[in-house]
Design a protein. Sequence first.
Length: 147
Amino acid sequence: MKNLFVFLGILIFTSCSRNQNQVQTEVWKQEIREAERAFDSLSQVAGIQQAFVTFAAEDVTVLRNNNLIHGKSALKDYFISNTKAENVSLTWKPDFVDVSSSGDLGYTYGKYVYTATDSVGNTQTSEGFFHTVWKRQPDGTWKFVWD
């Protein structure tokens, strides 16, 4: 009989622990979704460059035009030297969010739309898929380390 109580105790403890982990995982996923939404919103309000620099971690790596850009400073330089169109917008929304069981890394992917209008009013639109890796920072915020 004693073994039955021990078994039930372990079963209850394990179930509660698993449920708590699932709840915590969902909280972390929601934090990443909110960071992604804020990132997109800042892009609309302040521009693509400001949004990317604001939400990038110091150790960020970005793949652009088959080149890797390492570090936040290099990312700033990239945007300064590669901003050609005056009227550009970039919108995106994650279709999927996941996070590590430790809550320190997560990733998103989904669709984006990039629109650029030149000085004579010609508009070009590019659509595709994005994949972003997020890392929890020491202050608890989420910054992206890969895009």
